[in-house]
Design a protein around this ligand. Structure first.
Ligand code: ATP
Ligand code: MG
Length: 361
């Protein structure tokens, strides 16, 4: 065997591992007859924000608890910065847990302690002197925009401010990974956006790796780089956020996306029939680099009066256009819907004939 080659291979392997903050391989956890985790494999790279989305009971919190060692997996490997935590004793887990910060839906602040004391608490556990602890706490309160609330008590803060304190506290021990379990679920939409913006800002400034667990697509859409969809303890779909939004493969993904993707208005959907011969209603999906052209202008030029726009729009996710439109194709020429479909499909759009609208005048 060529030793030079094998050394290089090992180096490459360990470099790849150091780029991965988290690697799960076939992780399983059962509760009685419930498979809460049914063979989960995923990786989170350094500096990345991975969103994990699933409906209630899908296994999200179990996954997070296995990651920070609060729950033991039945089988599988859980590597944090290359170390398998499934084999560690409770005592050996402690230093590794400090590499992981957590934020929660209900903030979990200590009400009898001030904001700065809450933020400094993880450092007290580490045995740092009080002056050092408070210095670090103030740096972090500055980072989350709450420097003026250092002496306040949690009860006097708004939900968004409490979560900022939670974020500061999670970062005091300089973790490699931030776990967020529904951290914005108790907040109104505007506050949610400001907390997500803060997380993105911290991700950029500190290169912090974030694993974001949520049941809201809006959260994933706002800041994640990649998304994994979990259902009944399994990852059913995974990919770059814009691409999963543009072309969801699993049924559950489609239904989780329902609220934030254009849908055919109900009064039209309700009167669609399978009877060809009336106006055809088509959905047109186009996304990413292929979506740059003037698709509908070209369609108009090639096939004049072949369609009218019914509904839809263009979103931008991760700087990529994600377009979804509904168009109606008149019935005057029975072959027209097919021609329109062919024209759009040839330009990388995904087209589906949803049905025929008999009632349209
Ligand atoms: N300690 C436990 N004992 C028994 N069953 C459990 C336990 N923890 C979780 N489960 C079950 O495992 C499944 C996954 O639960 P988990 O809490 O991970 O879901 P989740 O995705 O976080 O849901 P939610 O969005 O409602 O928080 C559920 O069926 C739940 O009832
Ligand atoms: Mg949960």
């Amino acid at each position: 065997m060529n030793s030079l080659v094998s050394t290089t291979a090992i180096e490459a392997q360990s470099q790849a591992a150091s780029e991965e903050v988290v690697r799960l391989t076939d992780v399983k956890r059962r509760f009685g007859t419930t498979s809460a985790l049914d063979g989960i494999s995923l990786t989170v790279k350094r500096g990345e924000i991975l969103g994990i989305i699933g409906r209630s009971g899908a296994g999200k919190s179990t996954l997070i608890r296995c990651l920070n060692g609060l729950e033991r997996a039945d089988s599988g490997e859980i590597l944090i910065e290359g170390r398998d935590i499934t084999e560690l004793s409770e005592q050996d887990l402690q230093p590794l847990r400090r590499r992981i910060g957590m934020i929660f839906q209900h903030f979990n602040l200590l009400s009898a302690k001030t904001v700065e004391e809450n933020v400094a608490l993880p450092l007290k556990i580490e045995g740092l002197a009080k002056g050092e602890r408070l210095k670090r706490a103030h740096e972090l309160l500055e980072l989350v925009g709450l420097a003026d609330k250092a002496k306040a008590y949690p009860a006097s803060l708004s939900g968004g401010q409490k979560q900022r304190v939670g974020i500061a506290r999670a970062l005091t021990a300089r973790p490699a990974l931030l776990l967020s379990d529904e951290a914005t679920s108790a907040l109104d939409p505007e506050t949610t956006r400001s907390i997500l913006a803060l997380l993105k800002d911290i991700n950029r400034k500190l290169g912090l790796t974030i694993l974001l667990i949520t049941h809201e697509m809006e959260v994933v859409r706002g800041i994640a780089d990649r998304v994994a969809v979990i259902d009944a303890g399994r990852i059913v779909e995974e990919g770059q956020v814009w691409s999963v939004f543009a072309n969801p493969q699993a049924e559950i993904t489609g239904s989780l996306l329902g609220g934030i993707r254009p849908q055919l208005p109900e009064h039209i959907a309700g009167r669609l029939s399978a009877a060809a011969g009336s106006e055809a209603i088509l959905s047109v999906d186009l996304a990413g680099p292929q979506a740059q052209g003037a698709l509908f202008a070209e369609l108009s030029a090639a096939l004049p009066h072949s369609f009218r726009l019914v509904h839809g729009g263009i979103d931008h996710i991760q700087n990529q256009p994600v377009a979804r439109f509904f168009i109606a194709v008149p019935a005057r020429d029975p072959a027209l819907a097919g021609k329109v479909e062919q024209f759009l499909t040839a330009r990388s759009a995904r087209v589906e004939v949803l049905g025929y609208d008999t009632d349209h005048a």
